[in-house]
Design a protein around this ligand. Sequence first.
Ligand code: ADP
Length: 373
Amino acid sequence: MKILVLNAGSSSLKYRLFSNREEAAGGVVERIGEPEGVKDHMEALKIAEREILSSGIVKRFGDLDGVGHRVVHGGERFSRAALIDSSVLEALKELVSLAPLHNRANIEGIETMKKLAPGVAQVAVFDTAFHQSLSEEAFLYAVPIEIYREFGVRRYGFHGTSHLYVAKEAAKLLGAPLKELNIITLHLGNGASACAIEGGRSVDTSMGFTPLEGLVMGTRCGDLDPHIPLFLQEKGLDAAKILNSESGLKGLCGRNDMREVERMAQEGDEKAILALKIFVRRVKKYIGAYNAILGRVDALVFTAGIGENSPLVRSLCCEGLEGLGFVLDEERNRNLRSVVSSHESSVKILVIQTDEELDIALQTEALLREDRL
Ligand code: ADP
């Protein structure tokens, strides 16, 4: 099957073409809507189209078997991918209030694609869907229950496609059915989240109502006392901007790129050393918490930019966890082997490359096959 995967953001459009599950073309169009950049998603998709057609796999968009869209928020309505029809599109529009920036851009991607290739099936794959298996006790915040009922304020969780993809890969690597495994997955990229997975189902995750909760991220604060944003507002500051764009690693040491933070820390920069310590401490808190939630952990998975590429972060995150059964083999860890735990470790520690776009293509394909039955 020929599947195009689109990740339409507010200022960028990422695209990858898969032909029989192999990548055939891909790229990113940036600076959408900026004065010097590309006018809108239509113009961006036309740029992408040129690149995609030059691969020779399809002669026109109409030859595609389907388009898979990454959609950030599926609310409570979507617990799996959905074939996009007018009622799904309507539901996506209703969800805009939960993730204004992201969902609006995703919808624009869908509507633009519909104009360019009206006959091609389109599928929405949601970041939140995998976490719809969370129980009430895991997804409710301890606030008046009416706030959940009226406004949908609850934990949704994000990065679901990535957490499930690496969990499935972990099961393959361990040669065991996913159904029988308890796994903690750590998606450590610019955005970062942890997930507790029991028998292939997400039972807890660190991101919440929005992608701001949980781990320390590139520019996002993660967990904090909920009174802090109120206090900042009282001081006349823009709490949303500070906590989303000026916090995390950037807020602590001026850099949001972990490679730079590591380099600065190695050169003795005290702010960078502290930022790294705070980042790692938060990850360890979640490993401990999910260890308690799961009761038994078979595997700990590191993924995404930092998780896949930073032996230092992996080493620091596992330091002192030997008593809990997490024993890293430093040599394997440095050499980037997929299994980086030592033989005496009761928990397998794994480094797995995530591939959200490939998974979106696979989910799109699966749904189209189902639809044809
Ligand atoms: P996004 O959330 O934007 O998809 P990525 O998964 O690409 O992010 O991760 C980006 C992060 O990964 C950045 O902080 C970057 O510094 C970090 N990273 C990439 N390579 C390395 C490396 N070799 N060592 C440490 N951090 C790395």
